[in-house]
Design a binder for this molecule. Structure first.
Ligand code: WQD
Length: 333
């Protein structure tokens, strides 16, 4: 089975390519390097022993994308490509709507032209907004508080309408909770450009003395220790969730939604102390004001992915924090 991976040199895309190859899939990857680096292709070759069949392109570029489908018989698509910084989306909504929606619509048009009707879409738990009940089920109310989250919600709606127009589609929408960690080799990992928005890459830079201290955005939330609680999931568990989803849509038409989380929430302070204890490194922090748009608690009900996709997360918190730090230590500039 030949799988097209958009955003293939990105953090989750690259880890998913490793697992696709481990599971015997043929891979074609595309990326425009807007939030990743070409060196990831060398790292993928080092890990998998295979040169990745790669095209540098923007998924919005229909002619370049058509060429990929002309030159490769694509059986299914995993669509990661998209901008994903919550804060940036608030400042630049039109850039987010243009890029994330245009790229997806272009991809779906080309898939339709080449009669490719199997797609796994990278969505996000951010579509649940501030949950009314925990753990969060896939049937929970959907609402978004920022343009990034709205692009994910709109794309979920576009995919539903595409399925309604043609029931031969097989669509899995995966709602990620908080991806963290890195490949154990230390060759792949989360490597955001500039000052990280997310907690784990920020902690890593503080531990690596690239940043002076972590700002903990509020310790007065209604949570056990007052700091925000999230469902952190190892990026390799996330990648394996895509393999399970691919196997499922290969045998079933339809459209469905799956939470990819561990079902276990950890607070910011718990993440800081776990990181520090496991890696034997200091992570100085200061309590700072709450961040606009943050919610107190968010963690997944993982029943459906287990029952339908036969998938569950298996990596521990220790493996998450250890692999995240190992990536930076192994790739010191
Ligand atoms: C986690 C916790 C912060 C940074 C977002 C998106 C989601 C996904 C993951 C893309 C919160 C606290 C953070 C810092 C802190 N992105 N924090 N200091 O906001 O749960 O989710 O990123 O797919 O879609 O919504 O992740 O890592 O930013 O924050 O105290 O410097 O860490 O308040 O409680 P978040 P996060």
């Amino acid at each position: 089975m030949k799988v097209l991976v958009t955003g293939g040199t990105g953090y989750i895309g690259s880890h998913t390519i490793v697992e696709l190859i481990n599971h015997g899939y043929e891979v074609v990857a595309v990326d425009d390097f807007s939030n990743s680096k070409p060196i990831v292709l060398d790292k993928l070759k080092e890990i998998t022993g295979q040169k990745i069949n790669f095209y540098e392109l923007d998924v919005c570029d229909k002619e370049k994308l058509r060429r990929v489908f002309k030159e490769n018989k694509i059986d299914a698509v995993i669509h990661f490509a998209g901008y994903k910084a919550v804060g940036e989306s608030v400042e630049k909504p039109l850039m987010y709507y243009r890029n994330n929606l245009d790229s997806t619509i272009t991809l779906l048009e080309v898939m339709d032209e080449f009669e490719v009707r199997k797609i796994v879409f990278s969505s996000s738990a951010t579509v649940y907004g501030d949950p009314e009940e925990l753990p969060i089920k896939e049937t929970a109310k959907l609402s978004t508080t920022n343009p990034y989250g709205s692009t994910k919600l709109f794309i979920e709606g576009i995919l539903k309408d595409v399925y309604i127009s043609n029931n031969n589609y097989s669509i899995a929408i995966l709602r990620y909770f908080n991806p963290v960690g890195a490949h154990p080799s230390g060759l792949l990992g989360e490597d955001p450009n500039g000052i990280p928005n997310n907690l784990m890459p920020y902690i890593v830079k503080v531990a690596n003395k690239e940043l002076p201290h972590l700002n903990i955005f509020g310790n007065d939330y209604d949570t056990p220790d007052g700091t925000g609680v999230r469902d952190y999931i190892h990026v390799i568990d996330l990648a394996l969730g895509h393999i399970s989803a691919l196997e499922y849509i290969d045998k079933h038409t339809g459209i469905d939604y799956y939470n990819l989380g561990t079902g276990q929430g950890y607070s910011v302070l718990e993440m800081v102390s776990a990181f520090s204890e496991v890696n034997k490194v200091a992570v100085p922090y200061e309590i700072a004001p709450r961040r606009e748009g943050d919610i107190a608690m968010c963690y997944a009900d993982t029943t459906k992915a287990k029952q339908v996709l036969n998938w569950e997360a298996t990596h521990s918190l220790q493996e998450m924090v250890e692999s995240a730090y190992n990536f930076v230590v192994k790739n010191q500039k």
